[in-house]
Design a protein around this ligand. Structure first.
Ligand code: ATP
Ligand code: LTN
Length: 328
């Protein structure tokens, strides 16, 4: 992909996982070279479920520092904090008033999350509209996300198409850009579930700031099977396949090469290798993170991001108001 405008965001709902790194950040690092890219901290999305204010505050700064430590270059991207640009919420409201209730009810992530906790808030339901606002404000070509977000980007497309039809050309129609197949990293304890940063089980998730010992311990105790053959088979051997995926997404090796390397070897040896690959990658990131977290570089980056994105968002908001017939 070249010369395209792209946007993506991650929620500061916990320290990011290896899944977020592989599925979102690493992709943006590749794409930043030849595209006009926006990357933001989706803090207003994080509050769709209850958050402890102090923890949330720390998670926001951590995520910002981690973006940069993971290779997101502030010179090549516009990095911003969603809540610092109040137009996202304003645009979202105008879109909400043009989004059929029925379409929102079909969102699988909403069904999932609302079934886990029946006392959910309205924001959890309308969240995909805020995501549509994030995307449509910037007239992007592509939205790089993991497969779990595809339905939300498709909703943003529908919202934009309907809005354009009803009120005249207002938005560019974005496309989803699904990051390389096979890069969905699964939970280490239950490898049929996606590894998720809001998971309650610490053993399930490798977090980017985990220590070498923690990483090794978690991988060594990851759920596998009793077959003792390192072979990729997501359906019958989800645990081993997930570990192979982890290696493939952090190295230049293919699945076949990993299988060949461990032919006739036991799971213990394989797991030790997986742990060493992860530790090597995350140690580099952690060193950079430690340099950044208490520096004022982060504040400078945010101020610049807020300034640039507010200007763009204000123009889009005003165009929407005008097209809808709101007084200006
Ligand atoms: P939460 O637990 O709060 O829902 P999450 O870990 O599922 O968070 P998101 O903030 O929803 O992560 O996602 C940020 C980005 O990371 C998205 O592009 C998403 O597709 C990607 N992503 C999240 N989890 C994984 C995973 N396990 N494997 C690959 N990509 C992932
Ligand atoms: N909903 C996404 C985060 C997100 C996003 C966006 C991604 C919010 N707004 C706009 C891409 C574009 C998530 O939970 N992963």
């Amino acid at each position: 992909m070249n010369n395209k405008t792209i946007i993506t965001g991650i929620q500061p709902s916990g320290v990011i996982t290896l899944g977020n790194y592989v599925g979102a950040i690493k992709q943006m690092v590749k794409l930043q070279e030849n595209n006009n890219s926006y990357i933001f901290v989706a803090d207003m999305h994080a509050i769709t479920v209850p958050q402890d204010p102090k923890v949330l505050h720390n998670n926001i700064r951590n995520l910002l520092a981690l973006y940069i430590a993971c290779g997101i270059d502030p010179e090549k991207n516009i990095i911003f904090l969603q809540s610092e640009n109040e137009y996202h919420a304003n645009v979202s409201w105008l879109l909400e008033c043009n989004t059929p209730y029925g379409e929102l009810s079909r969102m699988t992530q909403f069904k999932d999350k609302s079934s886990k906790n029946k006392n959910f808030y309205a924001g959890l339901f309308t969240y995909p509209v805020l995501m549509a606002a994030d995307i449509l404000i910037y007239d992007v070509d592509y939205v790089p996300v993991g497969i779990d977000q595809k339905q939300h980007v498709e909703l943003a497309r529908n919202i934009a198409q309907n809005f354009n039809k009803k009120y005249g050309e207002t938005f560019k129609i974005p496309d989803v850009y699904i990051t390389k197949s096979g890069t969905k990293i699964m939970d280490l304890v239950d490898p049929t579930k996606k590894m998720s940063k809001s998971s309650d089980n610490p053993k399930s998730v490798i977090r980017i700031l985990d220590s070498k010992e923690e990483i090794t311990k978690k991988i060594m105790s990851a759920t596998t099977d009793s077959e003792c053959v390192v072979k990729y088979d997501m359906e019958n051997k989800p645990g081993i396949s997930n570990l192979i995926n982890i290696v493939v997404s952090l190295t230049d090796l293919t699945i076949k090469e990993v299988e060949d390397m461990f032919e006739g070897k036991n799971y213990g040896e394989f797991k030790k290798y997986v742990a060493s690959v992860v530790v090597e990658e995350l140690t580099k990131i952690q060193e950079k993170y430690n340099e950044l977290i208490n520096s004022n570089e982060l504040d400078i980056i945010l101020d610049r991001g807020a300034k640039i994105t507010k200007e763009i968002a204000r123009n889009k908001y005003n165009l929407m108001k005008q097209n809808i017939g709101l007084y200006k």
